[in-house]
Design a protein around this ligand. Sequence first.
Ligand code: R5P
Length: 297
Amino acid sequence: MKPLVLCMPGNAEMGICLTEDLDGEIGTCEIRHFPDGESYVRIDSEVTNREVVIICTLNQPDNKLLPLFFLAQTARELGASRVGLVAPYLAYMRQDRQFNKGEAVTSRQFAHLISGPVDWLVTIDPHLHRIHDLNDIYPVESLTLHAAPMISQWIQQEIKNPLLVGPDEESEQWVAAVASEAAAPHIVLQKTRKGDKEVEVSVPDVDQWRACTPVLVDDIISTAHTMIETIDHLREEGMGAPVCIGVHGVFAGTAFHDLQEAGASRIVTSNTIPHETGVIDVSGLLLEGIRQILPKS
Ligand code: R5P
């Protein structure tokens, strides 16, 4: 039987694209809110004994968690053989330890919550920093995919003489992988975070790279403060306007506008989160991941 793909609101474009290539069936479901704000969830498609694949990227996760939970649990209760979650962007990965006494370690708690009603998870470049493997915190089978080859390809096609720049040590893993596949040099800056919205960045010697086009690469652009601070420092060092690439364009509040205003020559992300910057298509990558998990037909 064909796998049934259910799309959470806002995920239809990715869901339809994946369903066609998977030779699956796009499911019909209704997810809305009652007037009092509680969630209403109904699955109209037949799910008994079927592989159910839910597509839900997890930016703005607090709004999505409960309806997602109800959808997955309902699929189970209606007899799905397995329920999987494809979350192109996985939230709550950055609070991975107690930075201050009494804080919730939400990456672990979120992992347990979301794993409750699902059997497997596929995602792209979760923020693995102090946690090295998603399977260390997710109690269900999880598969981590990497967008680096797609980003490298985009850089090779679009940017002449690039110098890849990582805004902090945490970004080294993404920048180094992208740089190596794009056969480009890279440097990594040092970042000190002083609060949710305040970061300080220092730049290594860039003399030998002055003729290059700086290409900032990070996993997440959220408030964009990390990138904005990096742009300011590169400018002080006499470098040209950089291209800014994030795997996940979260763009909290006015972040996109702020980054444009700060002097980014171009802002590009993958389509893990729907946004006008999402020109790097990762649907093929997700497809490979889902195929690894679903039984061969
Ligand atoms: C954290 O270390 C991440 O890799 C990103 O650098 C960070 O999440 C970016 O956040 P923001 O855009 O709010 O500075």
